[in-house]
Design a protein around this ligand. Structure first.
Ligand code: G6P
Length: 491
């Protein structure tokens, strides 16, 4: 019988994800360490960096992930004795063809599109399913070598949905958590997966003691899929599998509120903001930033802005829209095609409305530094975030947190997970371009006092449940779930 661990007595915390928080690249004769982008890496890294505020004090944190750098670079980096921060990194390497079928294939050309309600983009290729199983097995085997009693294994995201059950098989007593960073779709969409896959993924997740999602809807969709496909009922948020009920619950992921809020007065941010204001020459600024992804609704956003310009000639010459698109998953055809479509539309809209002295759209295809990002967040009048589907969307929370001046308006898609917490934003349906044009107009004419009231309410909510609260809440519930299972076994 395993012991019930008091909440802060975990030995080591393993964060397990496909993407590692760091990348290594060779620059001339040295190995450079770069930070990885993306929701998962950013959120978990900010949790680990703010761990002095956490109520958990593991002896060590180890991040296990799929390296996108070579073994040689890693060895060289280790020899240089440079640190990766407050946590240890355990990279693992997959064969190229396994990695391709696992990452580009099943993860990002099946699960990703299907779970974001793009079934027509989903491919169902058996070799990709096999590669996905192989990749999850490589993680499981490595973790079984590393595991010691009282370690906590926290598996992240849709790349590793089979891993909890594989770990349970190898380390039956382990405390295992699983968190899904993307939506869990409705049963009618989920069932579109081939039978063995859809059952396998559910069984895989049920190897955990606690399964976390961003919203209540995702929890319910998961419970319904388990009930319809595996015939297992849930009671009071416990899935009743034999011998070991599995807890499911919602944990809306968040950001390091203080880091974004205090960025307002960083000298670098102030200087960038000033430069942006000078270039705007009194014009209003609309801003958006997303990874390049068809789920982010960039084309819909362009259509909404075009409608706004069409309906409001009085705004011509007085508004600029800076749209930043961050390169992502460029080896996948649907991503490359999307880039082309976005760029064609930007060209067309600028061609339609631009004059010698005014360009309505400024497009940047690159990532921004933290300071540049915060400068745009705090210089803009309106942030336009219009995903067609999004698990959470941390950009929305970052924008609100960074507005120490309590100014600015958030226009947010109603189908972003963040909409459940940010009801004071102007919520829009991303397919409704007329509605989006109206929201832009409303945002631009919103009185300063109303902006402040709305921002303050949203800030309070994000501050109270920041990324440290999120992780602590998950880990606390994980220990509770384990303790409840143990009591259940005694009975
Ligand atoms: C989504 C996932 C995140 C991931 C991000 C970047 O937001 O939910 O977990 O960090 O995409 O994806 P990438 O393919 O670059 O790891």
């Amino acid at each position: 019988m395993p012991m019930n661990l008091p909440p802060n007595s975990m030995k080591r915390l393993f964060i397990i994800s496909n993407r590692l928080p760091i990348q290594l690249v060779r620059q001339e004769s040295t190995v450079q360490l770069l930070e990885s982008a993306g929701g998962l890496a950013t959120a978990l890294k900010s949790y680990l960096q703010a761990q002095d505020r956490s109520s958990f004090e593991p002896d060590e944190v180890v991040w296990v992930g799929n390296a996108d750098f070579s073994r040689e670079l890693w060895e060289e980096f280790q020899q240089s004795k440079r640190s990766t921060g407050t946590f240890k990194i355990e990279p693992l390497w997959l064969d190229d063809d396994v990695n391709d079928g696992f990452y580009n294939g099943l993860s990002n050309s099946t699960i990703w599109p299907l779970f974001h309600y793009f079934p027509s983009f989903a491919e169902f290729k058996e070799p990709n399913w096999q590669a996905y199983q192989q990749a999850n097995t490589v993680f499981a085997d490595r973790l079984a070598e590393l595991y010691q009693p009282d370690d906590v294994l926290w598996v992240q995201d849709y790349h590793l949905m089979l891993l909890p059950a594989m770990l349970r098989e190898r380390c039956p007593e382990a405390t295992i958590g699983f968190f899904l960073h993307i939506p869990f779709p409705s049963f009618e969409v989920y069932r579109m997966l081939p039978n063995r896959w859809r059952e396998g993924l559910l069984q895989g997740m049920l190897g955990a003691d606690l399964i976390g999602f961003h919203t209540n809807d995702y929890v319910q969709h998961f419970e319904k899929s388990v009930q319809r496909l595996l015939g297992i009922e849930s009671k009071l948020r416990f899935v009743q599998i034999p011998n070991r009920p599995v807890r499911v619950d919602l944990f809306p992921i968040s950001i390091d509120y203080e880091r974004f809020n205090s960025s307002y007065r960083l000298p670098g941010v102030m200087a960038e903001r000033e430069a942006i204001h000078q270039q705007l020459q009194g014009n209003k600024l609309l801003f958006s930033v997303d990874r390049l992804d068809y789920t982010k609704g960039v084309l819909n956003r362009l259509q909404g802005y075009e409608k706004f310009l069409e309906n409001h000639p009085e705004w011509h010459g007085k508004i600029n829209f800076v749209m930043v698109v961050v390169p992502s998953r460029s080896e996948i055809t649907s991503y490359g095609e999307r880039k082309q479509m976005i760029e064609e539309n930007i060209g067309r809209i600028n061609g339609r409305f631009a004059t010698v002295s005014w360009q309505p759209l400024v497009y940047q295809y690159r990532s921004l530094s933290f300071e540049q990002l915060c400068a745009y967040y705090t210089a803009c009048d309106v942030a336009l975030i219009t995903p067609i589907r999004d698990g959470m969307n941390l950009v929305a929370k970052e924008f609100i947190a960074s507005r120490q001046d309590e100014q600015g308006v958030l226009i947010l898609s109603e189908v972003a997970g963040a909409a459940a917490e940010l009801g004071e934003a102007l919520l829009i349906n991303p397919t409704d371009r007329v509605g989006m044009a109206l929201a832009i107009e409303e945002a631009l004419s919103m009185p300063v006092k109303t902006q402040a009231e709305r921002i303050k309410r949203m800030q309070t909510r994000i501050r109270e449940y920041d990324v440290v609260q999120w992780a602590d809440d998950f880990l606390t519930q994980l220990f509770n779930a384990k303790a409840q299972q143990n009591q259940w076994e005694v009975r």
